[in-house]
Ligand binder design. Structure first.
Ligand code: ADP
Ligand code: MG
Length: 231
């Protein structure tokens, strides 16, 4: 079943119509405040990976999206998780796993920029190398979105300091790098701690066998988007 869903993948992006109207954020089901904020940020048109993935992600599909670094993958998942977020529900509704602290900090910044103009949305970064105590007290104060490295997120789950029962969206960012760093088992542990009826979005620059294995185990009937490099 999963194998056939891989074969039903989207065509590579060369065939995606990248005209002005097709790549305008306006055609997405986004809140007016979000569209106004995107304009303020200078995001006039969707990048190809955003144009290919956002309509599917906003429709609730699980995704495996493959595109090179710098192609705008963060906004592709951030706009989706923010669109689903209920600011009045003070619980962790989205979790983004990243390979390193540096990348987690960048993702947190981008989510905060994209969330500007909406109600107070709290984004918390939880990475290894920092002491546990301040992270635990931040978690006690609550957060809507958590961004972190797999080992530290697993650590919080084992200590019961992170509650994922209200989670709607799980994002595996730079999944190939996380696998290179030996995080497969930690990712699997975290994914198993998430509610079954969540949406899972996997982003990767390459598609090694480990990604296929992660997808088979933790994604539900995913659409696969591959953006080949254009020269
Ligand atoms: P990736 O994760 O694919 O490596 P990023 O999400 O970090 O790429 O995005 C690269 C840069 O492009 C960031 O500085 C981001 O703010 C910017 N960016 C993303 N989407 C757009 C857009 N639609 N228009 C203009 N700039 C964008
Ligand atoms: Mg990225």
């Amino acid at each position: 079943m999963t194998t056939s869903s891989f074969q039903r993948s989207l065509p590579p992006v060369q065939t995606v119509d990248d005209t002005e109207s097709m790549s305008s954020f306006d055609r997405l089901p986004l809140a007016p405040a979000t569209l106004a904020n995107l304009q303020q940020l200078g995001y006039r048109r969707m990048t190809p990976i955003q144009a290919a993935s956002l309509p599917l992600a906003l429709a609730g599909r699980d995704l495996i999206a493959q595109a090179k670094t710098g192609s705008g993958k963060t906004a592709a998942f951030a706009l989706c998780l923010l669109a689903k977020l209920n600011p009045r529900r003070f619980a962790v509704q989205a979790l983004v796993l990243c390979p390193t602290r540096e990348l987690a900090d960048q993702v947190t910044q981008e989510i905060r920029r994209l969330a500007r103009g909406e109600d107070n949305i709290k984004v918390l970064t939880l990475c290894g190398g920092s002491t546990m105590r301040p992270q635990i007290s931040s978690l006690e104060h609550g957060a809507h979105v958590v961004v972190g490295t797999p080992g530290r997120i697993m650590d919080h789950l084992q200590r019961n300091t992170l509650d994922l029962t209200a989670l709607d969206t799980l994002v595996l960012d730079e999944a190939d790098r996380m696998l290179d760093m030996g995080f497969f088992d930690d990712i699997a542990f975290v994914a198993k701690a998430c509610p079954r009826n969540r949406q899972t979005l996997l982003f990767s620059a390459t598609y090694p066998e480990g990604i296929a294995s992660l997808s088979r185990q933790f994604l539900r009937n995913p659409e696969q988007i591959t953006l080949l490099e254009q020269h």
